[in-house]
Design a protein around this ligand. Structure first.
Ligand code: EPU
Length: 419
């Protein structure tokens, strides 16, 4: 098990390059099931979650070639069969469920183990299943499995009770080859959904509006292979922006898309961080007099839940009272208890964290309770006095490409210990 050890207090400087978005790549890899032709995805972040979905696809017959030098993945789905993927692999990652939509589309049947809850919440899949059902699939849930069968998927109008990212993606992938038209209303609008829509359209799908709240899909007969360059990771970029702020440093972040970052930039600017766009880069200056702010997580284009723990860490170092409210997941404040071990003054009141900024965090032994919580604890460690040891770092490795090396290159005193 790996740990990360950070000796805080260094000012960060220089430049860092953002990787492609894991949350764009995972559904796109699932979408490769939809064609028997080869698909190529360039510039893939070689992360644990990408390897998990790759192994799941292999377990049902896909041939996958990952070139670790060029970060290119070639997926050949021609020999995929309607067989149950390894349950142990499926349970490792909730995004495994994203193969359901494409598998029903391709085979008219699929069975896999139910994804469980996870540290951040119960995360049901009812909206995915309602969507498949609206497309005429019969759904059978029992004994820890979910099974879908259909003679022919038929397009329909689907109104999502909540703009779920995964349900929007799964329904889109099920509907691309359904007969007739499907309209998804109250769809999730995340940039990763627009990227999936672009990938599917390049495969020959007919999708209008992916990335908006209404997505119109006209079913096509078949899809062909394509090559894709995924969008960059707005959450990784946001994490580095907060790193500049929490260490009161100034550095440059390269390969960013300002459009996707608007909700994060708005809140950091309100807190007094200076962010200067520079082509596809931004210069972030956190060496300023920062002010407390209130933040509420919302579906895109609101402030992302995946940045909630990082901004909570930052506000723990900003004098005054800030309130952070989590509206997406019911249990995403586990990092608060760990931050308190570092001297943070945070009180959880229902779905809100009331944060009284302290002049200084102090190094401690803490545990990454989930991916973003782990990243936030690294950020706190960078700002803290003394040494912080973050265990269960495998959570962080699911979503950040060599995080310690990127911080080391910015001048942080950070190291990974494998024991
Ligand atoms: N929900 C339901 N029913 C459903 C689906 C979702 O009630 O059928 C609820 C969930 O329980 C949750 C809320 O809706 O409370 C939002 O879930 P959503 O489906 O939007 O999230 P997801 O697709 O499971 C993706 C990201 C998450 C990110 C969320 C929200 C991927 C692979 N994962 O998850 O990323 O937090 O959207 O933006 O795209 C992360 O990267 O750290 C991460 C957790």
């Amino acid at each position: 098990m790996s740990k990360i050890i950070v000796r805080g207090g260094n000012k960060l400087h220089g430049e860092v390059k953002i990787s492609s978005a894991k949350n764009a790549v995972l559904p796109i890899m699932a979408a490769c099931i939809l064609s028997s032709d080869k698909c190529i995805i360039d510039d893939v972040p070689l992360l644990e979650d990408v390897f998990v979905i790759s192994n799941i696809l292999k377990s049902i017959g896909a041939e996958i070639n990952i070139d670790k030098n060029s970060n290119k993945i070639v997926i050949d789905s021609s020999n995929i069969r309607d067989s149950m993927p390894d349950s142990e692999l499926v349970k490792k990652m909730r995004a495994s469920f994203l193969i359901m939509g494409p598998m029903i589309s391709r085979f008219g049947h699929f069975k896999l183990s139910l994804p469980g809850g996870c540290n951040i919440g119960t995360r049901p899949i009812d909206l995915h299943l309602k969507g498949f059902n609206a497309l005429r699939a019969n759904i059978d849930v029992g004994h820890g499995y979910v099974e879908a069968s259909v003679d022919k998927l038929i397009g329909n109008n689907i109104y999502l009770d909540f703009p779920s990212v995964g349900a929007t993606e799964n329904i889109m992938m099920a509907a691309v080859m359904a007969e007739g038209e499907t309209i998804i209303e109250n769809a999730a609008e995340e940039p990763e959904i627009a990227d999936l829509g672009k990938f599917l359209n390049n495969m020959g799908a007919s999708i209008i509006g992916a990335g908006s709240d209404t997505i119109r899909i006209i079913g096509v007969k078949e899809l062909k292979g394509t090559t894709h360059n995924p969008i960059n990771d707005r959450i990784e970029c946001g994490t580095f922006m907060v790193a500049a702020a929490i260490t009161r440093s100034k550095f440059k972040i390269n390969r960013v898309n300002l459009e996707y970052l608007k909700p994060i930039i708005a809140k950091l600017t309100e807190a007094g961080v200076y962010i200067k766009p520079h082509g596809n880069s931004v210069i972030v200056d956190g060496n300023r007099d920062l002010k407390p702010i209130d933040v509420k997580t919302m579906p895109y284009p609101g402030f992302p839940t995946d940045m909630q723990s990082q901004i909570t860490g930052l506000l723990a170092t900003v004098t005054g009272t800030s309130i952070v409210t989590e509206t997406i997941f019911e249990n995403r404040f586990m990092h608060a208890a760990e931050m308190k071990r570092m001297g943070a003054n945070i009180k959880i009141d229902g779905r809100s964290a009331v944060i009284e900024g302290v002049p200084r965090l102090t190094g401690a032994e803490v545990r990454a309770t989930d991916l973003r919580a782990g990243a936030a604890l690294i950020l706190c460690g960078l700002a803290a006095e003394g040494e912080t040891e973050i265990s269960d770092i495998y959570h962080v490795d699911r979503g950040y490409v060599s995080i310690e090396n990127k911080f080391k290159a910015l001048g942080a005193d950070i190291a990974r210990v494998v024991n």
